[in-house]
Design a protein around this ligand. Sequence first.
Ligand SMILES: [Zn+2]
Ligand SMILES: [Zn+2]
Length: 117
Amino acid sequence: MAPQQLRCPRSSILLARLRIGGIDTDVCEDCGGLWLDRTEIARFQNSNSVFGDALVAHLNQFPPSLIDHSIRLTCPHHPDAVMLRRKFSVAVPVEIDECPECGGIWFDTDELAQIRR
Ligand SMILES: [Zn+2]
Ligand SMILES: [Zn+2]
């Protein structure tokens, strides 16, 4: 299957594929957003992860414009699926957007950095 061309749910531009730690991540070079599949998150979440450090450093290159959290985002994989804004976990109450279809997570600009604290 050819890799799907994903678009940023905020900026609508094509996401850039960034291979890091053996995992293909999808990054928006406009707003610094990040799309991760459910299975990919663990690799970057740990605050000791050098891959997480590299990914956060990469995202920091793209200073965000205004992020309006009142706008409901749709999943890059499922254009019909409105993502749910929820806390990442009980222990990590940072709000992220999660697709109810695939469980993938959209991190706005500094949200990945926040869950790693
Ligand atoms: Zn974007
Ligand atoms: Zn989805």
